[in-house]
Write a protein that binds this ligand. Structure first.
Ligand SMILES: [Zn+2]
Length: 147
């Protein structure tokens, strides 16, 4: 499910990842933030908020990330190119534009010479740039794009 979360962020969908936290907390957060729950846990699907339709939850059928993505994209009718290059893949924070000068000492020299567009995560301060870095990440999404 971690890989699924990352792919959704690459597409630009605001995605929170819960790992082993208790269900009550997960359900409360999803309700408060108006989120859809993607889960492998059948117990969550039996909760009243879900069965009554107050909270939208999808039971992910497969263990395999690619199959999971197909299911989520189909069910929610997602767009693979919704908002590319918008969210930090690690912390789901909206990335902020940075000028070349601002990242000068923080990216490898080769990258600095060849790339002009940069963004930074305000939370973890990771720098993202277009070009090979982003291409490699978005490449994995190609197979999900609808014809
Ligand atoms: Zn981050």
């Amino acid at each position: 499910m971690g890989k699924l979360a990352k792919w959704l962020r690459i597409m630009g969908y605001d995605t929170r990842f819960f790992n082993g936290t208790d269900d009550a907390d997960l359900v409360a957060t999803a309700l408060a933030e108006g989120r859809v729950i993607l889960t492998r846990d059948t117990q969550i699907m039996k909760r009243r908020v879900v069965t009554t339709g107050r909270l939208n939850a999808i039971l992910i059928k497969s263990d395999e990330p690619e199959q999971q993505m197909h299911q989520v994209i189909d069910t929610l009718d997602l767009d693979c190119q919704f908002r590319p290059f918008a969210l930090c893949l690690e912390c789901n924070q909206p990335l902020q534009e940075r000028s070349k000068q601002q990242v000068k000492d923080r990216v490898p020299p080769y990258v600095f010479q060849t790339q002009s567009q940069y963004r930074e995560c305000p939370a973890c301060h990771r720098i993202y740039w277009r070009g090979t870095h982003w291409q490699a990440m978005t490449k994995g999404l190609k197979k999900f794009m609808k014809a």
